[in-house]
Structures are given as structure tokens and as C-alpha cells.
Design a binder for this molecule. Sequence first.
Ligand SMILES: [Mg+2]
Length: 209
Amino acid sequence: MTQSSNPTIRWSSDVPKLIKNFSNRVVIGLDRDGVINKDLGTYVTSIDDFEPLPNSLEAIASLRRLGFKIAIITNQGGIEKGLMTSDDVDKIHMHMLDLLGKAGCSSIDAIYYSVSSRKSDMFAKPNLGMFKRCEKENPHIKFNKGYYVGDKMSDLKAAYKIGATPILVRTGHGLETELELKKFTYRDIRKKTIVFDDLSSFADYIQLH
Ligand SMILES: [Mg+2]
């Protein structure tokens, strides 16, 4: 189509191509505590506890602008322990979405959280319940073509099992996990894992690939 007579609208033959490329972008799954916000070593039980890590919200905004699908998948074991309720977690997530909006990210695809961190809980990482439910409820999301970013071994295990590229960040528990990853028992996960200083460095990398 040629240029419109309306000076505020421009048509370009590149637009359909860009839209096509954007709609093909893969999912980037994100752990929350220790990746997006500071891991307090306890639990984030209210919005006052939610401290974004430097440039993490801006990194998500830039990934979103490039058309990547964003799904936050987080264990919130404090619920089962009675330290907070699901309503508290929902309030924290509304606050996080508000902060993301202010950082230029107007939407994300999904947020899932487990209510425990028990090994027997099929929804708690490293189990795959949340990932599978996310794929079922969001058919455009396929983790085996995407990435999952976390700071704990349970994140890397889940990423590996669902077929996503595991991304380890050195924020939160990341430095300890990087050491743990050297163990022989984790050799298969280690071969697939890419390590970055933080979410912002990962975003810089992925924009060039
Ligand atoms: Mg974490």
C-alpha cells in the first residue's frame, strides 16, 4: 500500500513482515523472586516487600516491545505456610504489573504461581504443572521453543524438563546455583544452560539473536 494522505499514518511494505516476525517470537518464561525483584531470603508477603532489581522491569519492557511472549512462573510456598494468602500474592502481582506498565510494558501473557514449594506438589517447580497449565491455557506459548530464566536449580531443572533453554542469572541465589551447576550430577542441565549477570544482560543478548 502507498503512503496515506493522512500525515500521521505511514504504510510500509515492511509492516506485514515485521508483524509476522513479531508474532513468531518465542516465549520467555521468568521466575519472579531473585530475577525480577530482590529475593529477601524470606517471602514477599506485601507490596512493600517487592523491590525490583535494577533494570529488570525495563528489560521485560524491551523484550515485550520486540514481541517476545512473557510468562511469569513462580513458586510461592509462603501461602501454604500461612505467611500470606493468594489475595496477598494477587495484590503483589497487580503492583508488579503497575510498575511494569510504568516501565513501558503494557501487558504480559501470563502469571502462574504455586501455593507450595513441596516436591510432591505437581505445580511447584521443579515439577512442570504450572508450565503445562500455562501452555494449555495459552496455546500460542510453547516452552520447548523458548527460554526460562531463573536463579535456583529448581528453575533450571524445570526449564530443562519442559525443553526450554535454561537461563541462569547471577542475581538472587544465582551465584550459589552457578557453583552447584558444576556438580557432575547436573552435567546435562549445565550443557544447555546459559549464564548471565542479570535479566538485563540476558535481554541484551536475546535481542541480538
Ligand atoms: Mg527465584
